[in-house]
Design a binder for this molecule. Structure first.
Ligand SMILES: Cc1cc2nc3c(=O)[nH]c(=O)nc-3n(C[C@H](O)[C@H](O)[C@H](O)COP(=O)(O)O)c2cc1C
Length: 174
């Protein structure tokens, strides 16, 4: 359907055609409570300086914590972390209780089993519409690798197309 002023459901359906990975962003609340949520709005912004972004709903319970925190950790999820993705997308759930994690030297909650993580300074925020865009300066990161969890058309997807793409589509751009 083509729509100029798309009603919300149609707009969501169109956006959902864009396949993404799945991340979990975590930090510590001022009282030391581990805090986090599932996020697929993650994107790279800049290589030098190293910047990434994600957007957070103004209705999220964790909004105040992420607006105020100094640092957060972004975890790129592996395909076998489906249950963790669901748990961290559930408002009011016991997110950290049943999850394998350990504190970093800074005390941030680092989830085990992800394919990569980025430790970010909370650099800038831009409120737009019903979300706030958070730009993070990457201060540390680790690549672990492995099969990614994918989100497409409002569903978690476990594997990419079997057919390898022609090499030109996989070329580096630098
Ligand atoms: C695959 C997936 C991706 C999501 N991406 C985002 C996102 O980018 N930003 C956001 O604010 N919420 C996103 N959510 C919704 C939050 O994970 C969910 O509302 C969560 O319960 C918010 O936690 P909180 O209210 O405890 O802060 C996503 C949910 C799913 C299932």
């Amino acid at each position: 359907m083509q729509a100029k002023a798309a009603p919300s459901a149609d707009f969501r359906r169109a956006l959902a055609q864009y396949a993404t990975g799945v991340t979990i962003v975590t930090t510590l609340a001022p009282d030391g409570t581990p805090t986090g949520l599932t996020v697929n709005s993650f994107s790279s912004v800049s290589l030098d300086p190293p910047l990434v972004l994600w957007s957070l709903s103004l209705r999220a319970d964790s909004l105040a914590v992420f607006r105020e925190c100094e640092k957060y950790l972004i975890h790129v999820l592996a395909v076998d972390q489906l249950e963790i993705a669901k748990r961290f997308a559930t408002r009011g759930a016991d997110k950290f209780g049943p999850t394998a994690w350990r504190p970093t030297d800074d005390g941030l909650p680092l989830l085990e089993g992800c394919t990569a993580w980025f430790e970010c300074g909370n650099r800038s925020q831009y409120e737009e519409g019903d979300h706030v865009i958070l730009v993070g300066r990457v201060e540390a990161f680790q690549t672990i690798g492995g099969a990614p969890l994918i989100f497409h058309n409002a569903r978690y997807v476990s594997h990419l197309a079997e057919e390898p793409l022609p090499p030109v589509l996989r070329a580096r751009w630098d």
